[in-house]
Design a protein around this ligand. Structure first.
Ligand code: SF4
Length: 139
């Protein structure tokens, strides 16, 4: 991919970005999930429109109908922050620098005041489905 399209291909088009995510994230994840009976995620419903229909327990249609558990799907951002504070949990220090959602380094930036919490992911893409493909339901 890099030989044909260059190191920074993901900035050039959504298709290139999706290709990179497919090769670097989705394929390795699929390989691992193929060996498992289920997995647990940190998905939350308020993260993106695509996650509005996600439930706590799901059959993962994209990965051989294994069990997919999303225990904090109903939690809001504020609830998460309050829980961390109340229980003095460790968290990624980049959060304090405005990184409210973290992906690969070249595709993540800190958000600015007032921006959506996921605005720092693939920030150069203005419209469309800002997902890497790990959580796409292929039903
Ligand atoms: S998030 Fe990672 S896998 Fe996806 S386009 Fe960026 S560098 Fe590639």
């Amino acid at each position: 991919m890099v030989k044909e399209k260059g190191l920074d291909l993901f900035y050039e088009s959504v298709d290139n970005r999706k290709l990179c995510c497919e090769i670097r994230k989705v394929h390795p994840m699929n390989k691992m999930l193929n060996t498992l009976d289920g997995w647990i995620t940190g998905l939350r419903r308020d993260q993106t429109k695509n996650r509005e229909d996600v439930t706590i327990f799901q059959l993962d249609h994209g990965h051989g109908e294994i069990l997919k558990i999303n225990p904090i799907i109903d939690w809001t951002w504020d609830q998460i922050q309050a829980y961390i504070k109340k229980n003095n949990l460790p968290y990624n220090s980049l959060l304090d620098k405005g990184f409210t959602s973290i992906g690969c380094e070249p595709c993540t930036r800190a958000i600015k005041p007032g921006e959506d919490l996921r605005a720092g992911r693939w920030w150069w893409e203005q419209d469309g489905n800002k997902e890497c493909g790990l959580h796409i339901d292929h039903k």
